[in-house]
Design a protein around this ligand. Structure first.
Ligand code: NOJ
Ligand code: CA
Length: 528
């Protein structure tokens, strides 16, 4: 018997932006519950809800002040229970987002820790004495700009934060922290959660000696946090081998609940991806590089093949999430970018594992244009040149009424121009060959082709560079991301074209050879 996530497709929800049931301009759990019929119709098997816990919101929920409470802006625990009950009645699993690398500075643990070196909670966080010159203990930088250390005048020590100073890093060498999180995992499983997306899963352990990261490139723009971050080899602040022990422990905690553990990881090299999904640790891991890449067909396919082979069925494939520029924008914009986005996602649907859509991806949404004055993301608001994430986080366009049907009369929390009617769910759900119906067809078709996750992949050596193909049992997937057609020699038999990323509905039979047009993915199955 396979586990429930084998063959499943997930859908990421950013609760602030998905649906607002009480019309205060901020999305909520009750809004998600109201939209579950849509997700069932779309064919998703699981939703991952980004953090909805008590939080002051410096990082819009990724700064958790109480891991066992619902932020009142999103509802309460009863709303969560109602959501779970409704989702389960529609055979949709509910995955919550857990944030173990850091808490909010408002968390009672940190407030206690600030009281002094002898406080029992002091060791829940990472404190270091200043360097000899009084500066930060090492050269680590925050993902969101500035050093990864902030000085606490009262105690004369620095605290570590890989993100904002208001997101102090927890000390995972402290057994008490490990015990706390065992309890948090059980709490959400007891409330019906079917799994966890683990934020910054690769960050929880740090180098025991807190060594400086080697610098690999010059910093060209000190006001752009990603430029600064990428100037270093993150040998010592992230992706430590000991991380896996934390998830081996979690694996045992969630096993009685049959809950899935999905890591957000950003390993230094792709051959380290598989390290997170060794037996008895995480069940799948997000491989995030494709969600950051622009249109680079050969590089993309080369990496997909390498990761698929090294970590087969253990990968959660994505090209979009709440942190990156939307894929149609990154892949060239407009309809061309949308076609490319679906071509990549449909090939990912053939890579085993547990792929995820990001809300609005199914509509082919491009980034929203947000005015400078309306920016909300701390990456933009706290740095002169920070390339923030607001463009992908604007509200879900349901129809062409006020605020695209997200809320009735209020102003959405993130101000953005309304989408055109043709970009909305209502504008696409009955329109032949719309982006929405093509994505839906892909999801429904995948359910009928279990070879796509039950059978090991054999990558073909016929194609290379911007085109690649693989076979899983009686299914062949051919990705041609290049700018001219390619021919592929089929194995013996009649092969039915089941999915064409440009037109979705097909059915033509092929014997011997099939030609795949430029920037397209084909899925074919053997006619028995
Ligand atoms: C990754 C999350 O996806 C992102 O949104 C968040 O800002 C950081 N982790 C810090 O929690
Ligand atoms: Ca609301």
């Amino acid at each position: 018997m396979g586990r429930w996530w084998q063959g499943a497709v997930g859908y990421e929800i950013y609760p602030r932006s998905f649906a607002d049931a009480n019309d205060d301009g901020i999305g909520d759990l009750a809004g998600i519950t109201e939209r579950l019929p849509y997700l069932e119709w779309l064919g998703v098997d699981a939703i991952w809800i980004a953090p909805f816990y008590d939080s002051p919101g410096y990082d819009h929920g990724y700064d958790v002040a109480d891991y066992k409470a619902v932020n009142t802006i999103h509802g309460d625990l009863e709303d969560f229970s109602a959501l779970v009950a409704e989702a389960h009645s529609r055979a949709i699993k509910v995955i919550v987002d857990i944030v173990p690398n850091h808490s909010s500075s408002h968390h009672v643990w940190f407030q206690e820790a600030l009281k002094g070196r002898d406080n029992p909670y002091r060791d829940y966080y990472i404190w270091r004495d200043p360097a000899l010159d009084g500066g930060p203990p090492n050269n680590w930088v925050s993902h969101f700009g500035g050093p990864a250390w902030t000085f606490d005048e009262a105690s004369g020590q620095y605290w570590c934060h890989l993100f904002l100073p208001e997101q102090p890093d927890l000390n995972w060498t402290n057994p008490a922290v490990r015990d706390e999180f065992d309890g948090i995992l059980r709490f959400w499983c007891d409330h019906g959660a079917d799994g966890f997306r683990i934020d910054v899963a690769h960050g929880v352990m740090k180098d025991p000696q807190f060594r400086d990261n080697p610098q690999r490139a010059a910093i060209t723009d000190p006001e752009d946090p990603s430029d600064v971050f990428n100037a270093f080899d993150h040998l010592y602040d992230l992706d430590q081998d000991a991380t896996i022990e934390v998830y081996q422990r979690w694996n045992k905690v969630v096993a009685p609940y049959d809950a899935v553990l999905i890591g957000e990881s950003n390993p230094r090299t792709i051959d380290r991806v598989a390290g997170y999904v060794r037996e008895g640790s995480l069940h799948t891991v997000f491989y995030l590089e494709p969600a950051w890449m622009v249109w680079e067909p050969s590089a993309l396919l080369e990496r997909l093949e390498a990761v698929d082979i090294s970590a087969e069925t253990g990968v959660s494939w994505v090209i979009d999430n709440h942190d990156t520029s939307r894929s149609p924008t990154r892949f060239g914009g407009g309809d061309r970018g949308r076609h490319r986005s679906l071509a990549v996602f449909s090939f990912m649907a053939a890579l085993g594992g547990f792929p995820f859509l990001w809300e609005g991806q199914e509509l082919g949404l491009v980034n929203a244009e947000i005015q400078a004055i309306d920016l909300e993301d701390p990456i933009s608001t706290r740095n002169a040149h920070g390339k923030g994430r607001d463009g992908t986080r604007s509200v879900m366009p349901w129809d062409d009424s006020h605020a695209n049907g997200f809320c009735a009369g209020a102003t959405p929390w993130l101000h953005a121009p309304d989408r055109m009617a043709s970009e909305t769910v209502a504008g696409q759900e009955n329109t032949e060959n719309s982006w929405l119906l093509k994505h839906r067809r892909l999801l429904l078709l995948r359910k009928t082709l279990p070879d796509l996750w039950e059978t090991a992949a054999v990558w073909s050596d016929q194609l290379d560079g911007p085109a690649k193909a693989l076979r899983r049992g009686d299914v062949i997937a051919i990705a041609n991301f290049g700018d001219s057609p390619v021919a592929f020699d089929l194995p013996d038999g009649h092969w039915n074209l089941r999915f064409d990323s440009r037109f979705a509905a097909t059915g033509s039979a092929h014997i011997g050879r099939v030609e795949v047009p430029a920037e397209r993915t084909y899925l074919l199955s053997l006619v028995s």
